[in-house]
Design a binder for this molecule. Structure first.
Ligand code: GLY
Ligand code: MN
Ligand code: MN
Length: 456
């Protein structure tokens, strides 16, 4: 059923090369002193229900630095004999466990195919850490991810602490390396952009497939199934975050999760869904009329949100502050709502963060970084000042308007009762201006009306 849709995707990009992982590692290590030590854990496996785990997804920093996706793993980096040496401690091969849980690269696979200098069994980690810590003055380690690894580190430090008085060596501080890695992750390399483009095209076509399969007999969950089914059909690892699929009043709930109502004639459906590909996220929202035709009232709001999104995208330019798109979107929305008579304040009053009426109808930010995490890492205001956009940064642009007539805190205009519209794309900052990675996803009123309910 997805063959035509699949033909629109194009070939998969090459994976990130080991040379690139090595270069990322070197950039990080160049910030460290020679007697410092990095310890990086994979995330823990989590339980869905008795004996059943959630699908495993490792920590993005681990993926970023090593491309290693397996659970129960720890990367350790240390300066040895004139160079930084990377070791990875992994689950060893174990036929019985592999029969039940799946094949493992093991120590042999890790050393053969991954960008590391040494590979060991995870069972050897504790002893190795005790040795490595001896001569380290500082340990880079993010606590709180794996408590058993934290304990090993704390025990090793405590042990060395006592010995320090005699030997004069041993760690005296722990620093979380996350913010240093986040800085590296903020600007995407050409190879990362290729992965993000693939996640974006799959997600765009998935939304189009959902639009085409839509009719007034559908339920939210059926449309969710089309979108997420296509994520899997096209070879991604599935959703990058749980899909939001809400019709009518459900579209006015920002993080709606139930996704189980019937889609009614006359309603608009809002879908916020994106695929993850080789760890990289896509994040798209589209809103369209279930019956394929916007009403005049729906058109007014849809076009206003689209205008605000276009104004925001136009601000995605090298050298502009990261919040310029948000300011541009808010201004267009406020002007439009004043013109429609929904806001009875001056523009300046409407935009006030505390007392402005815009917040009644647009209550979230316009952007977040996107990359290995859908809400990607990177400080927005280093030293309290808005970060300026640079080539290679990727951010979402996602303005919306939400008229929930169920809300007791506002008087919702009856004309727009239970209408929720958000339009979200992922934008790459380039020296030639904004590049919309999700541009293949239908967006204008004409495009949407020509697609909804019509098969490929
Ligand atoms: N899908 C989550 C977000 O748009 O931020
Ligand atoms: Mn988003
Ligand atoms: Mn989203």
């Amino acid at each position: 059923m997805f063959d035509k849709a699949l033909s629109l995707i194009g070939p998969e990009p090459k994976p990130i090369s080991n040379e690139e992982y090595r270069s990322r590692q070197s950039k990080l290590f160049s910030q460290f002193g020679e007697n410092e030590l990095l310890i990086l854990c994979s995330s823990p496996e989590t339980i869905h229900s008795n004996d059943v785990h959630h699908p495993y997804r490792s920590q993005s920093d681990m993926i970023y630095l090593t491309g290693w996706y397996e659970p129960e793993s720890v990367m350790v980096a240390q300066f040895v004999d004139d160079s930084w040496t990377v070791s990875i401690f992994v689950q060893p091969k174990d036929t019985l466990k592999e029969i039940w849980e799946g094949r493992r690269p093991g120590v042999e696979g890790a050393i053969k195919d991954w960008p590391v200098d040494h590979a060991y069994s995870i069972d050897d980690l504790e002893e190795s850490l005790n040795q490595s810590i001896v001569n380290s003055s500082r340990i880079y380690h993010r606590t709180g991810i794996r408590t058993e690894i934290d304990s090993m580190v704390f025990d090793a430090i405590q042990h060395r602490g006592r010995a320090r008085q005699m030997a004069g060596t041993g760690p005296i501080s722990i620093e979380d390396p996350s913010s240093r890695i986040a800085e590296l992750r903020l600007c995407k390399s050409p190879a990362e952009i290729e992965q993000m483009k693939y996640a974006s095209i799959v997600s765009s076509i998935a939304h189009e497939a959902a639009m085409r399969s839509c009719n007034t007999n559908r339920t939210e969950n059926q449309i969710q199934a089309i979108i997420e089914g296509f994520f899997v059909f096209s070879g991604t690892s599935g959703w990058a975050y749980p899909s939001i699929v809400g019709c009518g009043e459900n579209a006015t709930i920002l993080h709606y999760k139930e996704n189980n109502s019937p889609c009614k004639d006359g309603e608009v459906i809002l879908i916020d869904a994106g695929a993850e590909y080789r760890g990289y996220a896509s994040d798209i929202t589209r809103s369209w009329p279930i019956n394929g035709k916007f009403t005049d009232a729906q058109k007014e709001i849809y076009q206003l949100v689209l205008d605000s999104q276009e104004a925001a995208i136009a601000e995605c330019v090298v050298g502009k502050p990261y919040n310029a798109p948000h300011d541009a979107a808010r201004k267009v929305l406020a002007e439009g709502l004043i013109e429609l008579g929904i806001i009875n304040q001056s523009l300046e009053e409407a935009l006030d963060f505390n007392t402005g009426e815009l917040r009644n109808w647009y209550m979230h930010n316009t952007s977040h970084w996107i990359g290995l995490d859908v809400h990607d890492v990177g400080v927005y205001k280093p030293n309290g000042e808005p970060r300026l956009l640079e080539e290679g940064m990727c951010l979402t642009i996602e303005p919306g308007l939400y008229f929930g007539s169920w809300r007791p805190d506002v008087n919702c205009p009856p004309k727009y009762s239970n209408l929720g519209i958000r339009i979200e794309d992922d934008v790459l900052i380039t020296s030639n201006g904004p590049e919309v990675l999700t541009a293949a996803c239908p967006k204008t009123i004409d495009e949407i009306e020509s697609i909804v309910g019509k098969s490929f």
